[in-house]
Design a protein around this ligand. Structure first.
Ligand code: NAD
Length: 237
């Protein structure tokens, strides 16, 4: 059998059926907050307490939610793909539902709620509880320097070299639950199209995104859409 490499990109929509809200679907607000206030370095500078409170609430919510059938189906696809080609899951999500569903080859390009980063030494650390400016950095010992390890608007996403290399070798690309508006992730489908491997492109989204490069658009919520994707790829769930 010819080997085929898969790259999957997920966005906030895959976690919607777990009860975590996306932001484009609620008029551009993220849990009633303006993105400028809670998802930019300027917002953090202006009011670090508000930003910590916001992410503390998002982090606490992780205890109340669980992976849904789409997260589990992606983990099943990864297992089924062993020996058939490379598999990489890239997520824009900062929740931990993919890892809790069993995904292994996973890159969090926008960071993780359950990590903090020191603004002075740049070290990141796992952190599952509430955070605030009173914390000291476990690496450099300075106090008042810890911020959520989230890539905010205007900052450079993580793992871009590794993602770019995987897109260059992808035979199958699938975007799930992402609006196609937030760059650089919004450009991944186009990158895969131009990789000269004849990459086949899939999209799963119940709403039209207006992105026109896809060969197959599965217009369904992620849980149903993933079942259809597995069928199209010939994988038993
Ligand atoms: P987005 O909010 O811009 O878009 C969400 C997309 O999901 C929309 O296109 C919508 O049509 C689609 N969608 C809604 N319900 C769906 C479902 N049941 N199944 C499949 N698709 C569904 O999200 P984005 O493109 O990921 O960009 C948002 C940014 O906000 C990300 O960078 C992320 O870091 C952050 N964010 C993360 C979370 C999370 O971690 N769960 C939640 C909100 C925002």
């Amino acid at each position: 059998m010819t080997r085929k490499n898969i790259v999957i990109l997920t966005g906030a929509g895959i976690s919607a059926e777990s009860g975590i809200s996306t932001f484009r679907d609620t008029g551009g607000l993220w849990e009633n907050h303006r993105l400028e206030d809670v998802a930019t370095p300027e917002g953090f500078e202006a009011d670090p307490h508000l930003v910590h409170r916001f992410y503390n609430a998002r982090r606490a919510q992780l205890h109340e939610v669980a992976p849904n059938a789409a997260h589990f189906a992606l983990a099943a696809l990864e297992r089924a793909w062993e020996g058939r080609g490379d598999f990489l899951l890239v997520t824009q999500n900062v929740d931990d539902l993919h890892e809790r569903a069993g995904s292994r080859r996973l890159l969090h390009m926008h960071g993780e709620l359950r990590r903090l980063r020191c603004t002075m030494c740049e070290e990141t650390h796992p952190h599952a509880q509430d955070a605030g400016l009173e914390l000291a950095c476990p690496a450099c010992g300075r106090a008042g320097t810890m911020r959520p390890d989230i890539v905010w608007f205007g900052e450079i996403p993580y793992h871009m070299d590794e993602i770019g290399a995987a897109l260059g070798e992808a035979d199958i690309f699938c975007a799930i639950g992402t609006s196609g508006l937030v760059y650089p992730a919004a450009g991944f489908a186009a990158e895969a199209v131009h990789n000269r491997r004849g990459c086949e492109l899939f999209e799963i989204n119940p709403n039209p995104t207006g992105v026109e490069v896809y060969d197959h658009v599965i217009a369904a919520p992620a849980t149903h859409g993933m079942a259809e994707l597995l069928r199209l790829l010939g994988v038993e769930d």
